[in-house]
Design a protein around this ligand. Structure first.
Ligand code: UDP
Length: 328
């Protein structure tokens, strides 16, 4: 398939591009490199461009005879979305709307969307199934939720098929060490913990130790980025015209912040200093995926079912690339 990947030079995007190329697809990456990295994708696949430059993007889709779009490009800092919602609605919603409309007009039949478990807000039941009421608690989650609705309406009215994947906590790196996680600023637990192990930070702050969980710290479902990438591929293959599907993508097992730190100590062989800190605004106590639907309907099966194996790949990347891609 000839596939356009927006945001393909970012963390999840680049791992998906690697897999798509390995499976013989023709890939065009469209990325403005604001968060993405030039070295994260093969040079010949990359078109540097901004999502808001919709005429340019349209032209790229025409020239490359695109048959499917995987849409990753988005801002994803929850805290920033609260203080600067305009930025999130402009990019994550308005630019995505423009893209989808061009996709429709060009008659491109398949669309895969990066959604998020943040569309659920504070869930009422655990693990979270796709039937859980979506009630996002921040503008980031709202922007993704609104676009999901738009996709559903488009697929009902037009000959377009889509799949929206609601990610849990993407983590890990390519096992060959070639690409990995590098955000500026870095806010995610696993890379920060590994930066402590590398001596780049004095300690990790634990945001909240009084949650109603087994050890008082937040529980998350950490999913290896290659397993996420595989979900995109399976989704793409199964998309049917006029149909839309929503899937949670997580391994279905939660780990607390303290457990993540403990496993990181085992994997790295380093003592990781911690500092207990207040809760971070907008963090639900526990988010664990019910992923039966994607396993059943797409035959998806995560290869990495243990946090230790995920952390080993992340540690491999961070050790070999202590400054990440070194371009920011
Ligand atoms: N967390 C933490 N200290 C940090 C960064 C994150 O305690 O320096 C916690 C955070 O509160 C959450 C979990 O680790 O409960 C995972 O956070 P992350 O930012 O990695 O992903 P999120 O769940 O926000 O998507």
């Amino acid at each position: 398939m000839r596939i356009l990947v927006t945001g393909g030079a970012g963390y999840i995007g680049s791992h998906t591009v690697k897999l798509l190329l390995a499976r013989g697809h023709a890939v065009t990456v469209y990325d403005n490199l604001s968060f993405g990295h030039r070295d994260a994708v093969p040079k010949e696949t990359l078109v540097v461009g901004d999502l808001k430059d919709i005429d340019h993007l349209d032209q790229i889709m025409v020239v490359n005879q695109i048959e499917a779009v995987i849409h990753f490009a988005a801002f994803a800092y929850v805290g920033e979305s609260v203080t600067n919602p305009a930025k999130y609605y402009q990019n994550n919603l308005l630019n995505s709307m423009n893209l989808l409309e061009r996709v429709r007009r060009l008659g491109i039949p398949r669309f895969v969307f990066s959604s998020t478990c943040a569309t659920y807000g504070v869930p009422t039941a655990m693990p979270i199934t796709e039937d859980e009421k979506q009630s996002p608690i921040n503008p980031y989650g709202n922007s993704k939720f609104c676009f999901e609705k738009m996709l559903a309406d488009y697929a009902a009215a037009y000959p377009l098929g889509f799949t929206a994947l609601r990610y849990f906590n993407a983590s890990g790196a390519a096992p060959d060490g070639s690409i990995g996680e590098d955000h500026t600023p870095e806010t995610h637990l696993i890379p920060l913990v590994l930066q402590v192990a590398l001596g780049q930070r004095p300690h990790i702050e634990i945001f909240g130790t009084d949650y109603p969980t087994s050890d008082g710290t937040c529980i998350r479902d950490y999913i290896h980025v290659d397993d996420l990438a595989e979900a995109h591929l399976l989704a793409l293959e199964k998309i049917q015209p006029n149909q839309g599907n929503f899937y949670n993508v997580g391994i279905g097992r939660g780990y607390s912040v303290r457990e993540v730190i403990q496993v990181a100590e085992e994997v790295t062989g380093k003592k990781i200093a911690v500092k207990e800190a207040p809760r971070r605004a907008g963090d639900p106590p526990s988010l664990v995926a019910g992923s039966d639907k994607i396993r059943r309907e797409l035959g998806w099966q995560p290869k990495y079912t243990q946090l230790r194996a995920i952390l080993e790949t992340a540690w491999n990347w961070h050790k070999a690339h202590p400054k990440g891609y070194g371009d920011k």
